[in-house]
Design a protein. Structure first.
Length: 425
């Protein structure tokens, strides 16, 4: 274990030596009583990069100056705008550029992907999700099952947790597939489980599920920009994500999708849209839909330029920082926070998230000893004192040290505030 110390001098020394420390200055930190707040909520909504305002204003200027010609003129013509985020997005998720597309939002993309990859038959009609899945996934999966004429009571299989604090072992996944694999059409699991913060092994799950004849998709809402993903190498059939969390692209930002290259030219069923038509003949306005090769072929409509501009800015920051360096700092920050909780707040807080760093990202899910009401009391105390995390029912406080803008001193500030609260209560 690193030689952690619960002192301001030690934390400040680590921050001063941090090779990524300058990136914090590229973000707007919400203020609290004349100072920066301690923002640990990048797992829910990432902070605004300072360069976003200029990027959005530039597109507004082009609109004002060029009108419709902005589709073909200007520094970044709108006709091709979604392509300007493609390479950086592919690097963040570990994919080929042709395998990714920025479009729509997570829920919409999940439905679009299930149209193509959930093709139930009387013999194979079930979908495997984790128990306690985020409502977006749960609602979408149930509605797709019903749409195809099946009943969620029979066709929705929930992977039950088998470890303390609600996390799930690889053995539990193996058991579920061994028992139900011959009737599962789609395995739909998260990259990181939103409540517990547990990270799943995408490649291992995909390999096992494919052996049972299942298609595999992942909800990467809490994994993209958090963990160094290798989507192409995982072999997953598809993945979807939002970009307003760790990707810092703003509330309700444009989401993303991955479709493995082996499906690039496959004649899969899909909901077709004009912008998914082959680019070279799109403006011939022909009656027959000819999909663009790769993930672009799942687009429905032309991209929202004012919403893509923040994503382009954020992805440029990720390119300069590098996922490997971000992950290294994330391991140090979250490891320090965990150590502080265990050594300074023993008997007050417990960490729900797996203690194996390879089974988690930056997020620590924390419970307060004594039950929900004490947990809410601590959460509200933290918020009142400018330490911003988030609450997930029934009793979890999520604290996520984000390596682009969080510091060791932030982790110490959380600890000192929680300790002050515990002594006063």
């Amino acid at each position: 274990m690193p030689d952690y110390q619960a002192t301001a001098d030690w934390a400040s020394t680590q921050d001063a030596a941090d090779p990524l420390r300058a990136f914090r200055d590229e973000f707007l930190i919400p203020p609290h009583e004349g100072h920066d707040s301690v923002y640990f909520c990048g797992n829910s909504l990432g902070l605004q990069p300072r360069a976003v305002r200029e990027a959005v204003n530039a597109e507004l200027d082009y609109w004002g100056e060029l009108g419709v010609e902005g589709h073909f003129k200007g520094r970044l013509p709108w006709m091709d705008y979604h392509e300007f985020v493609r390479d950086d997005l592919a690097a963040v998720v570990g994919a080929q550029p042709s395998e990714v597309v920025a479009m729509n939002t997570l829920g919409v993309n999940l439905h679009l992907m299930m149209v193509s990859f959930y093709q139930p038959t009387p013999e194979r009609h079930a979908i495997l999700i984790e128990a306690g899945a985020f409502p977006t996934d749960r609602y979408a999966v149930e509605s797709q099952i019903r749409y195809h004429g099946f009943s969620p009571a029979l066709s929705l299989i929930e992977l039950q947790s088998d470890e303390p604090n609600g996390t799930t072992s690889p053995t539990a996944i193996e058991r579920a597939l061994a028992e139900h694999g011959d009737r599962i059409a789609l395995v739909m699991l998260p990259g990181v489980q939103y409540r517990t913060g547990q990270a799943f092994d995408l490649k291992a799950i995909t390999t096992l599920a494919h052996q049972h004849g299942c298609k595999v998709g992942f909800d990467l809402a809490h994994a993209v920009g958090n963990l160094p993903l290798q989507l192409h190498d995982s072999g997953a059939d598809f993945a979807i994500w939002c970009s307003y969390k760790y990707l810092n692209s703003g509330p309700g930002a444009v989401g993303g999708a991955f479709v493995h290259e082996r499906h690039a030219s496959a004649h899969l069923p899909r909901f077709a849209g004009w912008w998914g038509h082959d680019k070279s003949t799109r403006f011939q306005m022909g009656p027959e839909f000819v999909p663009t090769t790769g993930a672009d072929g799942w687009q429905l409509s032309n991209p929202p330029i004012l919403a893509l501009a923040p994503l382009r800015v954020s992805l440029q920051i990720f390119r300069r920082a590098g996922m490997r360096a971000l992950r290294e700092k994330s391991l140090q920050l979250t490891g320090y926070l965990e150590w502080l909780v265990q050594t300074q707040l023993a008997g007050v807080l417990e960490v729900v998230t797996p203690n194996d760093p390879q089974r988690r990202g930056s997020q620590l899910s924390i419970r307060v000893t004594g039950g929900r009401e004490r947990g809410r009391a601590l959460f509200e105390y933290l918020m009142d004192h400018g330490i911003i995390g988030d609450w997930r029912e029934p009793d979890v406080i999520r604290i996520s040290p984000t390596p682009l803008y969080n510091r060791f001193t932030d982790c110490l500030a959380f600890t000192e505030a929680a300790r002050t609260w515990s002594r006063s209560g």
